[in-house]
Design a protein around this ligand. Structure first.
Ligand code: CP3
Length: 326
């Protein structure tokens, strides 16, 4: 989930000076923004500061932010010729700034902090590309799937290639694990979710080295748990609306879970964060493979004291390792 962002004064200062996209595309700045929350809170893992929309940009469809919030693509994908014109051959060279940023981050954190790379799922990226930006109902992206399936598949093939190439680049450049965000899976009719999104995620995972853990975060997709587990993901990211212990019942023991504190709690009181984190840790006690995280990205209104309270609660609850030897 997002660790960096406007809730940190040091992020706001850097963004004021350079702007979001320049920070993403300048390795030294991307490394600096990645490290800001690590320095402050000492998290066990750092997530590369970047954005899922660098993939459409590397394929020839740039983006920016709307004044009132949300994403605006330079144009909406509307025709077969526009989909045909999307390029997949330049991903590594155009996104080399992420590779450089990862190497810089590794040189700063050494091997004590895990380094996470990430990308958007083909379906989630396609929503922005076909709608021309953020959308309320995803009607154009869904129309492409239902009314022009061959074109939809062509777009998904291209996106799957580009995303897998990008994740491979991140892994080669030092990412210990990668996360795939399917933020808008919940827009898909349930009976089509596999066809619209999961099969493309599975295809990407199939191209990644089997020893690199893949985390799949699919917001609002609890009922597709088993299908998500079958994509090849080793970790499932869980949003805040889910009851974690119930979710884990019957989940294969070799699949870890990550989540799921409600990000909104970070805007409130440190005591409540402590109580809720403690309750989650208690409820998950005994499960192998549980990564404490927020259940979605951190909000600009998050309070530093609340993040500190979360980290302290987790650290204080850590059990000593069992004795080794005889
Ligand atoms: O902690 C980190 O630095 C991780 C980096 C990260 C960002 N975006 C940086 C970012 C990650 C993992 C993302 C993922 C991302 N980006 C997703 C998938 C996860 C999710 O939230 O569901 C999506 C859909 C995007 C696209 C995107 N980028 C949106 C919708 C927005 C918000 C636009 C708005 O209305 O403000 C962004 C901006 C963005 N990406 C910010 C950050 C830190 C906030 C920028 C700012 O406020 O300065």
């Amino acid at each position: 989930m997002r660790q960096a962002g406007r809730y940190l004064p040091e992020y706001r200062a850097l963004k004021e000076q350079h702007g979001f996209l320049k920070m993403v595309k300048t390795p030294e700045l991307a490394a600096e923004v990645t490290l800001q929350p690590i320095r402050r809170f000492g998290f066990d893992a750092a997530i590369l500061f970047s954005d899922i929309l660098v993939i459409p940009e590397a394929m020839g469809q740039p983006y920016d932010f709307r004044d009132g919030g949300g994403i605006s693509m330079a144009y909406a994908l509307e025709s077969a010729s526009q989909i045909g014109a999307l390029e997949t051959g330049h991903v590594r060279e155009r996104l080399d700034y992420s590779a450089q940023a990862l190497r810089l981050i590794r040189s700063y954190v050494g091997n004590d902090t895990a380094l996470l790379g990430f990308a958007g799922s083909p379906w989630t990226l396609a929503t922005y590309m076909v709608e021309g930006g953020s959308s309320d109902d995803f009607s154009r992206a869904k129309a492409l799937y239902f009314e022009a399936p061959a074109l939809f598949n062509q777009l998904m093939e291209k996106l799957s290639t580009a995303v897998a190439d990008y994740l491979l680049l991140q892994i080669e450049s030092g990412a210990d694990a990668v996360q795939i965000f399917d933020s808008w899976g919940a827009a898909c009719p349930g009976s089509h979710y596999y066809d619209m999104s999961l099969r493309w995620i599975a295809r990407i995972i199939g191209r990644l080295p089997p020893d690199t853990p893949v985390i799949v975060f699919a917001k609002g997709m609890t009922q597709h748990r088993d299908a998500l587990a079958r994509t090849g993901a080793q970790v499932l990211g869980i949003d805040w609306a889910v009851d974690m212990p119930a979710y884990c019942e019957g989940l294969p023991g070799d699949i870890a879970v990550q989540g799921n504190i409600d990000p909104v709690l970070m805007n409130g009181s440190p005591d409540i964060v402590h109580r809720e984190t403690h309750a989650l840790l208690h409820a998950m006690d005994g499960r192998n493979g549980f990564i404490v995280n927020l259940g979605h990205g951190i909000h600009p209104g998050a309070r530093i004291e609340c993040v500190e309270s979360l980290v302290e609660t987790v650290r204080n609850s850590a059990k000593p390792h069992p004795p080794t030897g005889r």
